[in-house]
Design a protein around this ligand. Structure first.
Ligand SMILES: Cc1cc2nc3c(=O)[nH]c(=O)nc-3n(C[C@H](O)[C@H](O)[C@H](O)COP(=O)(O)OP(=O)(O)OC[C@H]3O[C@@H](n4cnc5c(N)ncnc54)[C@H](O)[C@@H]3O)c2cc1C
Length: 397
């Protein structure tokens, strides 16, 4: 059997589209399937603020994507981490890591538009949109996917299926791969926010008993992220701008100045959904389909991008769905995935354990990170996306 494509990427979100960009010029026939209508952005291209790790900035620049991002990415030069009720504050400065920044902040719709602009220039990728996968079948030589568009149906086959179809991945379920799931009982509210002091490149992360709260520098202003217990989300959603600004200020404090304006809020319930395996015969998972993690710590897209870059690096002009290549993919992703999940779970836990003993331990930890030479360096390099085997495209030249 000669399949229609070498690689079929299911889902043209941030990760699936990045993968198509990374596969360009490799001599492979790639299909990118997306359910969203062509005149609408995919659901993940919205107003969420994304902190891109330095490794991601490097890769997306090399792939010719970030030059199209509007507004231009805002560099993160300092990171300030604190915990309400504890003493000790961690302050990381990019100069101490010998870098000009730790990464940069973009809005997801701006990054998505930049990716789509690059996608439109790709020669190796055929975009099938709007088509949804309905079922799939794996044979020894290929995977065949049935696609639907209203009442219309068609089948496409490929040597390798890449499931990039997000948290509720239909492909993952069809491949028989299960998930471990945790409901954090938190809802994230995201908006733009201005203070009476221009942002200076500092990203703030503050942990509270009710969940994390963060300010990400975006030009002179900030992207503001605030987790609230889901049971209280409706009350927070009912706040007008002045009430929201006051509630945010009360939880965050005054370290970035007085809040003068807040924009409209987007709402995201938070769950951790981690696949129990990354591969099945002739299929692999990437991005949120492989692992959806708490946005605290800003790791989800960064990790998913490294899934995509690692896979693109492994495939060659031979059969991209062969078993040894898929096993190599799983092995290549092991350390980064394990450590990033542990990091994100650890940060999520910082909000979850009140009590004096936990407080003292956390304070001691924050103080140690702040004052013991050498301890904060691994934290900084992890936050920049340099964990485990770093994909070539993400390495600094
Ligand atoms: C509030 C918030 C803040 C965040 N902040 C950060 C951050 O600062 N840094 C960071 O790295 N990450 C962050 N993340 C995480 C990041 O947004 C996600 O990890 C990333 O967007 C996932 O992209 P994806 O392409 O894997 O999945 P998705 O965006 O879910 O894309 C999946 C695509 O598949 C399509 N699809 C689904 N099913 C089908 C089907 N059956 N057929 C065809 N197409 C299908 C969908 O339409 C969609 O376009 C944040 C997340 C949230 C919610």
């Amino acid at each position: 059997m000669n399949p229609d494509f070498d690689i079929l990427v299911l889902g043209a979100g941030l990760v699936g589209t990045s993968l198509a960009c990374a596969l360009e010029g490799r001599g492979l026939r790639v299909a990118l399937v997306e359910a969203a209508a062509p005149n609408l952005p995919p659901p993940g291209f919205d107003a969420r603020k994304l902190a891109l790790a330095a490794a991601s900035v490097q890769a997306l620049t090399t792939l010719g994507v970030l030059e199209h991002a509007e507004p231009a990415p805002s560099p993160i030069r300092r990171i300030h981490v604190s915990r309400a009720g504890d003493f000790g504050t961690v302050r990381l400065r990019c100069e101490d890591s010998g870098r000009s920044d730790f990464g940069a902040v973009v809005q997801a719709d701006g990054l998505g538009a930049a990716l789509e602009r690059r996608l439109s220039a790709l020669k190796d990728t055929t975009v099938l949109r709007p088509w949804s996968s309905a079922s799939l079948r794996s044979d020894p030589d290929a995977v065949t996917v049935e696609l639907t568009q209203g009442d219309a149906r068609r089948t496409v086959s490929a040597r390798l299926l890449v499931a990039a179809d997000g948290t509720r991945s239909q492909a993952r379920a069809a491949l028989g791969i299960g998930v471990d799931e945790i409901d954090y009982g938190q809802t994230l509210m995201v908006c733009s926010l201005a203070t009476d002091r221009a942002a200076d490149g500092t990203a703030y992360e503050r942990f509270t008993d009710d969940g994390p709260i963060a300010l990400l520098p975006m030009g002179a202003h900030y992207g503001a992220i605030c987790a609230v217990p889901t049971a209280e989300a409706a009350r927070w959603q009912a706040f007008d701008d002045a009430q929201y600004a006051a509630a945010f200020q009360q939880r965050f404090g005054w370290r970035a100045g007085r809040i003068t304006r807040v924009g409209s809020r987007s709402i995201y319930p938070i769950r951790r959904v981690v696949a129990t395996a990354l591969q099945a015969p002739r299929a692999v998972l990437v991005g949120n389909a492989a692992q959806t993690i708490h946005p605290v710590g800003a790791q989800g897209f960064n990790l998913g991008l490294r899934d995509a870059l690692s896979l693109a690096e492994l495939v060659d002009a031979g059969d991209p769905g062969r078993a040894d290549l898929l096993a190599a993919y799983v092995e290549t992703r092991r350390e980064d995935r394990t450590r990033t999940l542990a990091f994100s779970d650890g940060l999520a836990g910082l909000t979850a354990t009140p009590g004096l003993a936990a407080r003292l331990l956390r304070s001691a930890g924050l103080l140690a990170l702040a004052y013991v030479p050498g301890l904060s360096a691994p934290l900084a390099s992890g936050a920049m996306g340099f964990r485990g085997r770093v994909p070539r495209l993400a390495r600094t030249p």
